[in-house]
Design a protein around this ligand. Structure first.
Ligand code: RVK
Ligand code: MG
Length: 349
């Protein structure tokens, strides 16, 4: 692939994650959006993308705070150093605790600080009576790992697993992060000037998730390969007419919660569905369409918006992310630079 396109895709994934988080956070109250709120969302995107105006930046939340720390650690260390990542997560949390962190993950940070990072495994393992967290917190911050491991899928799997386990040890939480990273990995490799083959994209994800989910033994899950099942549901929804596919049905089938299983497949679906116009989302820009659609589904809007943005940005590249909109997002220049550094580290060495 042309290196300037690939560089734009690296930037696009980092910026996409940020934009989805910033634009989604005002709607993150766990509920569905009313039709009035969907109109407010449409108008807000129109305004942010329109002629420049002065306003306080739209702040990012825990998603981008952790994405930033993870990217910074990979760049500083040139490899995954889980102790350094854990330190960066915790330091940032104590500097700015009000960024909307998950209720459980804060306990992990307290324990990590308490043991002075001498044991970075136990705090996450002890979560939820030893089950570990299945929240989407591993998946929401994983974009830098997909970029860092661009050339080697086995390295991606190993890095995602190790970095996710700092906070999330439940298999469903880890596999959600793997699925999100894999969607970014696949998107980076596709040419955005060609129509995306949605069926192939889902089939490729399914093939990659199959062996990963086969290790479920002993977990006693009612569904042994839950992500494969959600990918099947996604494929069947994608074959339906735009007109018949209500937001309620998508939410009922795929979910919009803080659970990785009910949010990562949703984010991938939003990216794929936004390849074509979606009733009620008025824009010609497919990147914006994906993110706005993800937010309009309600629930965990900032995180599903951010995960959708990271995938869409990796596919379309920075060009499709409106520059006026970026000006309104906190730390967008820093996120662009992180994308460049990760590109230099993993591609242009
Ligand atoms: C608010 C029972 C479990 C569980 C388990 C539930 C932020 C808990 C971010 C927990 C993200 C929540 C989002 C989130 C995710 C997880 N048994 N309940 N085994 N595992 N839960 O705390 O980093 O937005 O109710 O680990 O994954 O922006 O509080 O956090 O959208 O899921 O929260 O899991 O954050 P955590 P997280
Ligand atoms: Mg969230």
């Amino acid at each position: 692939m042309d290196l300037s396109l690939l560089k734009s895709k690296f930037r696009g994934s980092m910026l996409g994650a940020l934009v989805g988080d910033c634009t989604g956070s005002p709607y993150d109250n766990g509920d569905q959006l009313t039709s009035g709120m969907k109109l407010v969302l449409q108008k807000s995107f129109d305004k942010l993308e329109g002629p420049p105006f002065k306003a306080p930046v739209v702040q990012f939340t825990d998603d981008s705070a952790m994405t930033y720390s993870l990217a910074k650690s990979l760049i500083d260390r040139k490899e995954l150093d889980v102790v350094d990542v854990a330190k960066k997560f915790v330091k940032r949390y104590y500097q700015e605790p009000n960024r909307g962190y998950g209720m459980g993950v804060v306990t992990v940070f307290q324990k990590l600080r308490g043991n002075k990072f001498t044991d970075v495994s136990s705090p996450a393992e002890e979560q939820f009576n030893g089950q570990g967290s299945w929240g989407n917190g591993g998946a929401m911050r994983v974009a830098p790992v997909a970029l860092f491991s661009y050339e080697n899928y086995d390295k991606l799997l190993d890095t995602v697993r190790r970095v996710t386990r700092i906070t999330h040890t439940h298999k469903v939480g880890i596999d959600g992060a793997i699925l999100q990273a894999t969607a970014i990995y696949q998107s980076l490799r596709l040419d955005p000037s060609q129509e995306l083959n949605v069926v192939n994209f889902i089939d490729d994800l399914t093939c990659k998730m199959d062996p990963i989910e086969k290790d479920e033994e002993g977990l006693g899950l009612s569904e042994p390969q839950p992500y494969k099942m959600q990918l099947r549901v996604m494929k069947s929804l994608m074959s339906e007419d735009d007109q018949n596919l209500s937001d309620e049905r998508v939410i009922q089938k795929l979910g919009n919660s803080v659970a990785a299983l009910y949010s990562v497949p949703t984010a991938i679906f939003c990216f794929l569905r936004a390849q074509k116009p979606i009733t009620g989302i008025q824009t010609d820009n497919p990147f914006r369409r994906a993110v706005q659609y993800a937010i309009s589904l309600g629930g965990d809007t900032d995180t599903i918006g951010s995960m959708t943005g990271a995938i869409a940005g990796a596919f379309y590249g920075e060009e499709k992310i409106n520059s006026n909109l970026l000006q309104h997002c906190e730390a967008s220049e820093e996120f662009r630079i992180l994308g460049d550094r990760l590109f230099e580290l993993s591609v242009a060495r």
